[in-house]
Ligand binder design. Structure first.
Ligand code: XUL
Ligand code: MN
Length: 343
C-alpha cells in the first residue's frame, strides 16, 4: 500500500506524434482514459484548460461552465478528483511570443483571459490549484525582451489571478528551456522568489518536475527539498530524463534509480500528501508503443514509485547515523547500492 495519492494528465496518453513524425496511435477518448487511469490506480486527473473545456477560445461565459460540468461528471462517474487546471499558453497564435511576457499587449490580455477562465474551470471541477508551466515566458532571441520586465510581468499576472479569486493557489512549474531558449523562471528557487514578492505568498508555490530539474543541471530531490523547506512544494511531476537533451518525460526511475529513490525518500520522510497533495506522473509512452499497451508507462511508473517506497521502509536510519558519525560515506554509499540492487 502506498502512502501517496497519484495524479495524471490526459496528455500522458497520446498519439505518439513528435517533432519529426506524425501520430502513430489513435487518440483515445477522454472518458476512456479516465476509466483506465482509475483502473491502473490513479486518484486524480490534471487538466489544461482546454483538456477540460475543448474549443475554449470559441466559447463564452455559461458555455464554458457547461462544458466544465460535463468533464466534472466524467470524473465523478469514475470516482476521480481534479488536481489542477493549467492555462495552455503555448499552442495559440496569440502566444507565439509568450503569454504574460509577450511583447504584444493584446497577446498578454489573451493570456490573462485564459488564466481567469482556468480559474473558473478549476472552481467548477472543485479544485483550488492553478499550475503555470511558463512554456514561452522567456526568449528565443535574448535581446528581444528585457529580463527584468519579463519577471515583473509574470509577477503582475500572478497577482491579478490572486485578486481574481481569493481562494485559488498558483503553482509555478519551473523549467529552464524548451520551447524557449532561456526561461525567466527556470528553477524552484526562482519560483520561491516570485512567491515571496507576490501580494499573497501563502497562495503561490511550486511544482517540480524531475526532467525539468535535470535540464537545469540540478538534482531533482534537492529542488523538491527547497520548495518543501518553505512549505511550498504543492505538487510534483515525477518522471526521468537521460541528461541534457529534449524534455523526455521518461517513466519514473528508469534512468537514474538512485536519484528516484532519493526523491521518494524525501517525499516519504516529509509526509508529502498530508495536505492533500498528489504525486503526478508526467510520463510519456515511447513512440514505438502499440495502442493496446499505451498506458504501460503509467502503470510501470506507479509500480516503481511503490517499489521505491518499500526500499525507503527498509532504509536503516541507524546504519546511516553510524556512517555519518564515523564519517564513512563510502560505506553509506555502498549500503544504498546494496539496498537498491538486492531483494
Ligand atoms: C511541459 C510539462 C507540461 C506541464 C503541464 O514540459 O511538463 O506537461 O506539466 O502543462
Ligand atoms: Mn510537467
Amino acid at each position: 500500500m502506498s502512502m501517496f495519492k497519484f495524479s495524471v494528465g490526459p496528455w500522458n496518453v497520446h498519439s505518439g506524434a513528435d517533432t519529426f513524425g506524425p501520430p502513430v496511435r489513435d487518440e483515445i477518448p477522454f472518458k476512456d482514459k479516465v476509466k483506465k487511469f482509475r483502473e491502473i490506480g490513479f486518484d486524480a486527473v490534471q487538466f489544461h484548460d482546454d483538456d477540460a473545456v475543448p474549443d475554449i477560445n470559441e466559447l463564452r461565459g455559461t458555455q464554458i461552465y457547461k462544458r466544465a460540468k460535463e468533464t466534472s461528471k466524467i470524473l465523478e462517474e469514475n470516482g476521480m478528483k481534479a488536481e489542477f487546471v493549467a492555462p495552455r499558453l503555448w499552442m495559440d497564435y496569440r502566444t507565439i511570443d509568450g503569454g504574460y511576457t509577450s511583447n504584444s499587449i493584446s497577446d498578454r490580455e489573451f493570456a490573462l483571459w485564459r488564466s481567469f477562465r482556468s480559474i473558473d474551470i478549476a472552481n467548477e471541477l472543485k479544485c483550488d490549484k492553478i499550475v503555470l508551466w511558463l512554456a514561452r515566458e522567456g526568449t528565443l532571441c535574448y535581446e528581444s525582451k528585457d529580463p527584468i520586465t519579463g519577471v515583473k510581468l509574470i509577477l503582475e499576472a500572478i497577482n491579478k489571478m490572486l485578486e481574481y479569486d481569493k481562494k485559488i493557489k498558483i503553482l509555478i512549474e519551473t523549467k529552464p528551456n524548451e520551447p524557449v531558449d532561456v526561461s525567466f523562471c527556470p528553477t524552484i528557487g526562482h519560483a520561491m522568489a516570485i512567491s515571496a514578492a507576490s501580494i499573497d505568498p501563502n497562495r503561490v508555490g511550486g511544482l517540480l518536475e524531475t526532467a525539468h530539474a535535470i535540464l537545469a543541471g540540478l538534482d531533482p530531490a534537492n529542488e523538491i527539498a527547497f520548495g518543501l523547506t518553505f512549505g511550498k512544494m504543492w505538487s510534483v511531476h515525477l518522471n526521468d530524463q537521460n541528461g541534457l537533451k529534449f524534455d523526455q518525460d521518461k517513466s519514473f526511475g528508469v534512468q537514474n534509480l538512485r536519484a528516484a529513490f532519493n526523491q521518494i525518500r524525501l517525499l516519504v520522510e516529509n509526509n508529502f500528501g498530508s495536505n492533500g497533495e498528489y504525486i503526478g506522473l508526467d510520463v510519456k509512452a515511447m513512440r514505438t508503443q502499440k495502442i493496446e499497451n499505451s498506458f504501460q508507462h503509467l502503470s510501470n511508473s506507479l509500480r516503481i514509485v511503490k517499489m521505491l517506497e518499500e526500499k525507503v521502509k527498509k532504509f536503516d536510519y541507524n546504519f546511516q547515523k553510524e556512517c555519518i558519525k564515523e564519517r564513512d560515506y563510502e560505506k553509506l554509499e555502498m549500503y544504498i547500492m546494496e539496498l537498491l540492487m538486492k531483494d
